[in-house]
Design a protein around this ligand. Structure first.
Ligand SMILES: NC(=O)c1ccc[n+]([C@@H]2O[C@H](COP(=O)([O-])OP(=O)(O)OC[C@H]3O[C@@H](n4cnc5c(N)ncnc54)[C@H](OP(=O)(O)O)[C@@H]3O)[C@@H](O)[C@H]2O)c1
Length: 280
């Protein structure tokens, strides 16, 4: 584990991913800065404000800045060595990944940043060229941001977290729900994609009954997407890539990447049966 401390600015710090990054940065002892958007942008969002104040209580520095005020971004960036952006990219809430192009410009202008981690944290978007519409918007937009970063010659790390457990594990990979199924579980094809191990016996033990396994063919899955609204079509495209095409595991990590468990051997993995106990 590295002991070097860097001044870190988290942009998007009150979000789902961002609050975890702020917590981890503080826990690792990095001087941590969080972009606080100005009052009109926070509006009456009391939870956002409370979260920001709780960061401050834990030792973070709140720095006011806005994507509609370029100078404020440059000034905030000048305070730190590393910028981590966790801008919203989730179709379920909002999708603002392209706002990061302004951040890239500001980092370029500031000229002091040693490393930028853009809002990635999902699939390796460079491998998602064949993803279904409209879900591929997420990947295409993240690729535009990558290109801008590389064109500006900003040192970067792309963190590919693959699939978040709370979105994909707790629900046993079922769409349009976050909770574990209680009666039957839909299998994508044979359910043999190497993406996530689905152990229905474990969950069945927890809910006290055996789940019925229902297999959904690729054709039926694709046909079912047509009737969905936009947000669900985006999500379904991601499911298709993961469970029918196995996009999370069907490649080798080349020299340009590093497998995270090798970089952070101190992080202990949670077994699926342990993870599922929270839903019991
Ligand atoms: N692999 C997976 O399964 C998975 C799942 C979910 C997300 N992700 C990825 O993780 C990343 C973060 O997503 P998230 O779900 O954590 O995002 P989120 O909670 O929806 O939003 C993160 C932050 O984006 C900022 N934001 C949103 N709209 C904005 C606007 N108009 N102007 C300025 N700031 C705005 C806000 O920052 P403030 O704190 O300043 O208000 C918000 O807290 C994305 O790249 C997403 O694709 C991956």
């Amino acid at each position: 584990m590295t002991t070097t401390k860097s001044k870190v600015l988290v942009v998007g710090g009150t979000g789902y991913m961002g609050r975890r990054i702020v917590k981890a940065s503080l826990a690792a002892g990095h001087p941590t800065y969080v972009l606080q958007r100005p009052a009109p942008e926070i509006g009456l969002d009391i939870d956002k404000l409370q979260l920001l104040l709780s960061f401050k209580k834990q030792g973070a520095n709140l720095v006011e800045g806005s994507f509609s005020d370029f100078r404020s971004l440059v000034d905030a960036i000048k305070l730190v060595d590393v910028v981590i952006c966790t801008m919203s990219g989730t179709h379920i809430r909002s999708h603002n990944i392209l706002l990061q192009l302004k951040l890239v410009e500001a980092i370029k202008e500031a000229g002091n940043i040693k490393r930028f981690l853009p809002s990635e944290f999902g699939m390796d978007v460079a491998r998602m060229g064949n993803a279904l519409e409209p879900g591929r918007t997420t990947f295409d937009d993240k690729m535009k941001v990558r290109k801008a970063i590389e064109d500006a010659k900003i040192p970067f790390t792309y963190v590919c977290g693959m699939s978040f457990a709370a979105y994909q594990a707790g629900n046993l990979c079922q769409m349009q729900t976050l909770l574990p199924p209680k009666d039957r579980v839909l299998m994508y094809g044979n359910g043999d994609s190497k993406v996530i191990v689905m152990d229905e016996d474990d969950i069945a033990t927890l809910v006290g009954k055996k789940l019925e396994r229902v297999s959904l063919s690729k054709q039926d899955f694709l046909a079912s997407i047509k009737g969905m609204d936009y947000a669900n079509q985006v999500g379904a495209g991601h499911y298709y890539a993961m469970y029918y095409e196995g996009c999370l595991t069907n490649f080798e990590i080349g020299e340009e990447g590093e497998e995270a468990s090798k970089l952070y051997p101190e992080v202990k993995c949670t077994r699926m049966d342990e993870f599922m106990k929270i839903y019991a």
